[in-house]
Design a protein around this ligand. Structure first.
Ligand SMILES: NC(=O)c1ccc[n+]([C@@H]2O[C@H](COP(=O)([O-])OP(=O)(O)OC[C@H]3O[C@@H](n4cnc5c(N)ncnc54)[C@H](OP(=O)(O)O)[C@@H]3O)[C@@H](O)[C@H]2O)c1
Length: 318
């Protein structure tokens, strides 16, 4: 099969399109013929080995995962021993980050538990763009941010992969949504119906004269000492960005105020994939696809993601 392969940590120039052996599904796994894969910041972290703590799970000196790609949509090709949930020919989507990654290839292995049936009525690209970012948005707002109906939420990084799902998910959860994004994304977010959009390139966000019940931060660019002034009494701040220093500062501010500060690691599960699938089928969640690439253009896609200024998600079609 064809796959985008790397042997070391580095930038997108080390990625190569190569022929490699098709993997075999083990117990509890399926082999998927990949039709589309989504591109995530996680792919960049794994490619570069940065921030350094990622190497504790991904290989200290040499990378464990040679083929990147977490989000996948495709057709079940073969079932591993004892598999009962899926059958060859079924259209599925999911997140391979707990299955060893590998969706930047013609075939990939997935744990059954990280898959669900592809939502009907939406395209492969849309399905592939969804799992990791939308589950992060869902779990960040609902489980860790404890967002309630009628509350005011500020989504920072609202045009990014996670953010573009978070502004829609917050609406589904019944919140009043405000968004922070860069200049090039403002009009798209306004057209999507986001009631209030702040342009971080035109305005110092930390000086907004408003208070929010929840701040969901997917950019991690503002010191907590400043951003905490935007919280209502009892308000929460939750970040998807890995930052040991922000975590420590958050613990400190949580202990000296009535606000709560925290981070989290999203975990894909079938119940959440099913919930997202329903929202996609009902049109309540609409993936925002910035650009589509072919498999041999994966290096360009990752290079583009590293440069930013993307509104929504990048997708690979195989
Ligand atoms: N915890 C988890 O389980 C989990 C899961 C998925 C992702 N993540 C992490 O969550 C973060 C977001 O992921 P993503 O896929 O959404 O990345 P992304 O697509 O790059 O989104 C980040 C967004 O932040 C915006 N931004 C940059 N500087 C900003 C500022 N000063 N103020 C406001 N917004 C700013 C960027 O806009 P511009 O491009 O215009 O600068 C971009 O739209 C990453 O750090 C990723 O590693 C964590």
């Amino acid at each position: 099969m064809k796959a985008i392969i790397r042997e070391n940590y580095g930038n997108s120039s080390i990625l190569q399109l190569k022929e490699t052996e098709r993997p075999e599904p083990a117990q509890g796994q399926v082999l998927i013929r990949v039709l589309a894969s989504g591109v995530n910041k996680a792919d960049l972290h794994l490619l570069t080995g940065k921030p350094f703590p990622i190497r504790l799970m991904a290989g200290l000196i040499r990378p464990k995962y040679k083929i990147l790609g977490a989000d996948v949509c495709g057709i079940v090709e073969r079932i591993g021993p004892g598999g009962t949930q899926f059958k060859p020919g079924m259209e599925v989507y999911g997140d391979l980050s707990a299955s060893g990654f590998g969706s930047f290839a013609e075939f990939a292995i997935a744990n059954e538990k990280a898959l669900n049936m592809k939502p009907s009525g939406i395209g492969y690209k849309e399905a592939a763009s969804t799992p990791m970012a939308a589950i992060t948005a869902l779990q960040g707002l609902r489980d860790h941010g404890k967002l309630k109906t009628g509350e005011k939420v500020l989504v920072i990084g609202a045009a990014g992969g996670v953010g573009s799902f978070a502004i829609q998910m917050a609406e589904v959860l019944g919140a009043q949504v405000s968004a922070v994004c860069g200049t090039s994304s403002v009009s798209t977010l306004q057209k999507m119906g986001v009631p209030q959009v702040f342009d971080y390139q035109q305005k110092d966000i930390t000086s907004i004269d408003q208070r929010f019940d929840l701040i969901f931060d997917t950019a991690g660019k503002y010191p907590l000492s400043k951003i905490r002034k935007l919280l209502e009494p009892g308000g929460r701040y939750i970040s998807s960005v890995f930052s040991p220093s922000a975590l420590l500062t958050g613990l400190w501010f949580s202990s000296i105020s009535d606000n709560a500060f925290g981070g989290f690691l999203a975990k894909t599960n079938q119940a959440d994939l099913q919930y997202l699938g329903k929202l996609l089928e009902e049109g309540k969640l609409k993936p925002l696809i910035h650009k589509t690439y072919t498999l041999d253009d994966v290096p360009e896609a990752l290079s583009d993601l590293s440069k930013g200024r993307i509104t929504g998600k990048l997708v690979i079609t195989i």
